[in-house]
Design a protein around this ligand. Sequence first.
Ligand SMILES: NC(=O)c1ccc[n+]([C@@H]2O[C@H](COP(=O)([O-])OP(=O)(O)OC[C@H]3O[C@@H](n4cnc5c(N)ncnc54)[C@H](O)[C@@H]3O)[C@@H](O)[C@H]2O)c1
Length: 401
Amino acid sequence: MNDFVFQSPTRFVFGRGYADRIGGEVAALGAKRALLVYGGGSVVRTGLLARVTASLDAAGVGYVELGGVRPNPEVGIVRKGIELARHEHVDLVLAVGGGSVIDTSKAIAFGTSYQGDVWDFFMRKATIGACLPIACVLTIPAAGSEASGSCVISNDELDLKKGVNGDVFRPRVAVLDPEVTFTLPQYQTAAGAVDIICHICERFFSGAGAVPVTDNIACGIIRAVIDAATTVTATPDDYDARATIMWSGTLAHNDLCGCGRASAPTKRAGGWESHGLEHEISAHRPEVTHGAGLAVILPAWMRYVWRADRERFLAFAKGVFDVEPVDQTDEATQDAITYAIDELQRFFVSLGMPRTLADLDLAPAEVDGWLQTLRQNKGERFGELRPLTMEDARAIYLSAF
Ligand SMILES: NC(=O)c1ccc[n+]([C@@H]2O[C@H](COP(=O)([O-])OP(=O)(O)OC[C@H]3O[C@@H](n4cnc5c(N)ncnc54)[C@H](O)[C@@H]3O)[C@@H](O)[C@H]2O)c1
């Protein structure tokens, strides 16, 4: 087990109807006036926003609203939020939404006390210092931003999407109310489940070898998500299944599943190959939902690299699907591993996720464009379990059509 530092300082307030508790939670942090950040309208439609504002009113916490955060949020709305936060003297940023809204709130929170432009942090021209406290009410389990120390923002003018990492902007409190996700469309539920599983796999398939405690946690969460997502596909208002997915999304990305696997305590575990490959697809084709792209790319990446670390893939096959080779031969090993990869893909497809990139209306002619920006973002080689060249990346993309 490698050395690690694990910090998950968020207070998780998890339960049925708990969205109504946000006011009390925010007041307990000493906040008097919050910047209330939300997205495109599902929180208005479902009545969640009204519940949150009623809860703030009841707790005596003032607020000013900033709506309209888009998926893959842009720095423009972050700058607008920073101006608003300063002008209105808010002392906390409250996100009501998914990863895009929470990441926007994080950037506003660390940008407000900085005198320069917030984009400086993303260009590594400035180091994050003071940060307003962040609270959130999660609406979609997927990105894991409610507990993560990462924040990703796009800059349309520069055609860039950049991330920063830090513990200072992990949310102080996250209200997780599974009932809020009853209204989530099946496609978004499924894409979220894929993203959650992929966050775990990116860490599981690091080059660190076996870390039994972390490996068991990782495989256990994946098994739970497979069961729960299957249940929710048939019964969208199954509380326990929704609750399982929601908590899994948090644990998948708060670094618990990376403990002991990172090459250095300051690093995140894993090579993040599938996220790197998928990122280029949804950057070029924003209509592709991140989780749907991952549903195709993760199995394609697995099929391409498994020979580089048979032991890791056998651990995955056994830990998630109870599959072991019938004997020690190469053929039996290959059968067990490919069965597990096929099972994972069958599960994704059973949720309504695409099997191929063609199912997402993508064409092989687009691959060159993805590779061009992949090279800009990652250099000539990236990844950990088996570092990928641009030719490897091309082969993986093409294998997925
Ligand atoms: N920082 C980033 O760049 C970042 C972070 C997370 C996600 N993303 C990207 O943004 C996309 C959207 O992810 P997101 O996490 O922000 O989700 P989101 O909040 O945009 O939700 C996705 C869709 O589901 C609907 N929805 C969400 N919660 C709902 C609920 N409880 N009931 C009914 N409908 C609900 C939304 O209206 C929306 O149509 C992803 O595909 C991903 O690619 C980007």
